[in-house]
Structure formats: structure tokens, C-alpha cells
Design a protein around this ligand. Structure first.
Ligand SMILES: Nc1ncnc2c1ncn2[C@@H]1O[C@H](COP(=O)(O)OP(=O)(O)OP(=O)(O)O)[C@@H](O)[C@H]1O
Ligand SMILES: O=P(O)(O)OC[C@H]1O[C@H](OP(=O)(O)OP(=O)(O)O)[C@H](O)[C@@H]1O
Ligand SMILES: [Mg+2]
Length: 283
């Protein structure tokens, strides 16, 4: 059995539970149970505040955990980073009131900055020789300037709409962050085996996410040219049809190139193009 620390509620909670679900690891969610055993995988989920996840993994209370890079950097705990998960993407930025005539980092000298990430902020300020007054608060950071608590803020930004709502503008990006799978350094062999099984499943889910499965009917004399625009997993599958001049062609394509490829296929005579999402790909 391996124990994973997961945020009990919030941004990471949703995405983490989705990842487990897509990997077919069932975890019954219950608001009051803080430790839940999966019914079909040797995994136990420990629900915590995200701030406590790095320490719980470093100390071995949990074997692995899912946490934002921002929280990991802030907490300085000795854990191994196993996998970047690609969700909960955001950045940590300095923002000042919209009306400020911002001239550069030296503007922050002697100013008061509100944040929930004092360690990351102090390291950044020190390395740029800026002396500011760092004021620590645990939430609603963006309101600090409006209520006269600080001159500027240092907080999480994603779309930027919270800043806009609070009449702030982003002036410096200090770090980018995404969810990370972290682990304790001293897992035994059995735990490593379970972790590897999980990683295998995560990889299959991830490989499938940016791919589409396409099926179409193509004239037989166009198979070679159509195959050239279809970079499949290996090569496209060609299936004969009752009409001897036509065949069906199946392939996996990159979502990013989807519209470009579909256009080319149509131009080359493909018809009845069907496109499906893929749940998992095992390479
Ligand atoms: N707007 C956002 N877009 C994308 N990712 C975000 C956003 N806000 C936060 N995150 C990421 O999700 C993590 C958790 O954010 P959330 O706001 O749920 O945490 P919290 O308020 O600290 O919750 P907790 O009560 O667990 O301490 C952050 O540390 C960050 O990595
Ligand atoms: O740039 P944006 O897209 O507006 O996102 C940034 C906001 O998102 C997070 O808060 P969240 O909405 O998770 O609420 P919280 O304060 O309860 O954590 C973060 O603390 C910012 O306030
Ligand atoms: Mg938190």
C-alpha cells in the first residue's frame, strides 16, 4: 500500500481527483473522512491543506503527494520531484495598483508588499538587491492595496482577472508553476513498484490527452498520399471496403495539428471523416 497526500479542497483537489479517475483508481470521496482507501488499487489518499503536503511527504507521513510547484518552492522541504503533471498552471507575480507609474524593480525599494509566499518573495528581492517590507497574509492578498494594507502584492496569477477586479497590474513574473507529483526519498521496493504502476497509468492517460482517433473513407489510389499527411502511432490501419476502389483508413493524430490535417485529407479526397477522443494510449 502507498499513501498519497492530496489537497482536501480547492484547485488541486479537482484536478487530482480527475487524474486518479482517468487512471481508473477509484477513491470514494467523503467530506469528513481524511484518509480513504482505494477500492481497486493499493493506494490510500490522505486529504490535507496544500500547505501541509510538502512536509507530510518529506517526513514520510505520506509516501507521495500532489502539490503546486509554488508551494513546494515556498516550503523548502527535502522531497523528490517525480513528475510534472501539467495542470493547475499559474505564475507567481508582483502586481501594483493600476495607477502607479511603474519604472522597474527599484520601485519596490522601501515599499510594503503583501503575500502568502514570503520565502520565494524574499529570495527574489535579495537576489535583485531590493529592500522591501514583506507583509505575510494567508488569503485575499489582492485586496491588500485597496484597503491600505500594502503598496503592492505578490500572489498567484492565472487569467489575471482577479488583478483586474482589484485595480492591479502585473509588473514582474517571478516563477511559473504547475502541479507536481512529489515523493519521499525512502520508499521501499514494494512502494516503488506501486508508484511505477501509477506512473504507467498516468503516462497512458497523458499520451491520450493531446491525440484524436480519426477514421475515414479514402479512394484506394490516394492511400499513399493520404498516409503522408497522417503521422500515426506507427502507420495508419487500412481496411478494405465492399467497393473495390475505396478503403477505410484509421489513424491517431495530434490534436494541435487537427484542423490542418483534416483540411489536407479533404483536399486529397477523404470522405466521411469520423473523429473520436482517445481514453488511453499504451505505447
Ligand atoms: N487561478 C489559478 N489557476 C491555476 N492554478 C492555480 C490558481 N490558483 C491556485 N492555483 C494552484 O493551485 C494551488 C492550490 O490553490 P488553492 O487556491 O486551492 O489553494 P489554497 O487557497 O492555498 O488552499 P488550501 O486551503 O488547501 O491551503 C496553488 O498553490 C497553485 O499551485
Ligand atoms: O488570475 P486569476 O485567473 O484571477 O487567478 C488568480 C486567483 O486564483 C487563486 O485564487 P482562487 O480563485 O483559487 O481562490 P482562493 O483565494 O480561495 O484560493 C489565486 O489565489 C488568485 O487569487
Ligand atoms: Mg494553501
Amino acid at each position: 500500500m502507498i499513501r498519497i497526500a492530496v489537497q482536501s479542497k480547492g484547485r488541486l483537489y479537482e484536478d487530482t481527483m480527475n487524474l486518479l479517475k482517468e487512471a481508473d483508481i477509484q477513491v470514494k470521496e467523503s467530506k469528513r473522512t481524511l484518509l480513504v482507501e482505494s477500492s481497486n488499487f493499493p493506494l490510500e489518499v490522505l486529504f490535507l491543506r496544500d500547505d501541509d503536503i510538502p512536509q507530510s511527504v518529506a517526513s514520510g507521513v505520506a509516501d507521495i503527494g500532489i502539490v503546486g510547484e509554488n508551494e513546494l518552492r515556498e516550503k523548502h522541504e527535502d522531497v523528490q520531484t517525480i513528475l510534472r503533471l501539467g495542470f493547475s498552471k499559474c505564475r507567481l507575480s508582483l502586481a501594483v495598483p493600476k495607477v502607479v507609474n511603474y519604472t522597474g524593480l527599484s520601485w519596490f525599494n522601501g515599499r510594503k508588499i503583501a503575500t502568502s509566499y514570503p520565502n520565494i518573495l524574499r529570495t527574489f528581492l535579495n537576489s535583485n538587491n531590493i529592500k522591501s517590507d514583506v507583509h505575510v497574509i494567508t488569503g485575499s492578498v489582492e485586496i491588500s492595496t485597496g484597503i491600505g494594507l500594502a503598496d503592492a502584492i505578490f500572489d498567484i496569477v492565472s487569467s489575471g482577472s482577479t488583478l483586474v477586479h482589484n485595480h492591479l497590474k502585473e509588473v514582474e513574473t517571478v516563477m511559473k508553476s504547475e502541479a507536481m507529483l512529489i515523493g519521499n526519498w525512502n520508499m521501499d521496493e514494494e512502494k516503488h513498484d506501486i508508484l511505477n504502476q501509477m506512473l504507467f497509468r498516468f503516462e497512458a492517460v497523458r499520451s491520450a490527452q493531446d491525440k484524436k482517433y480519426v477514421m475515414m473513407n479514402v479512394p484506394k489510389n490516394q492511400i499513399a498520399t493520404i498516409t503522408e499527411v497522417l503521422p500515426g502511432v506507427k502507420s495508419p490501419t487500412v481496411i478494405p471496403l465492399s467497393d473495390p476502389d475505396w478503403c477505410a483508413l484509421h489513424a491517431v493524430i495530434d490534436e494541435k495539428r487537427f484542423w490542418e490535417i483534416i483540411g489536407q485529407l479533404k483536399d486529397l479526397g477523404a470522405q466521411g471523416i469520423l473523429v473520436s477522443p482517445i481514453e488511453k494510449i499504451i505505447m
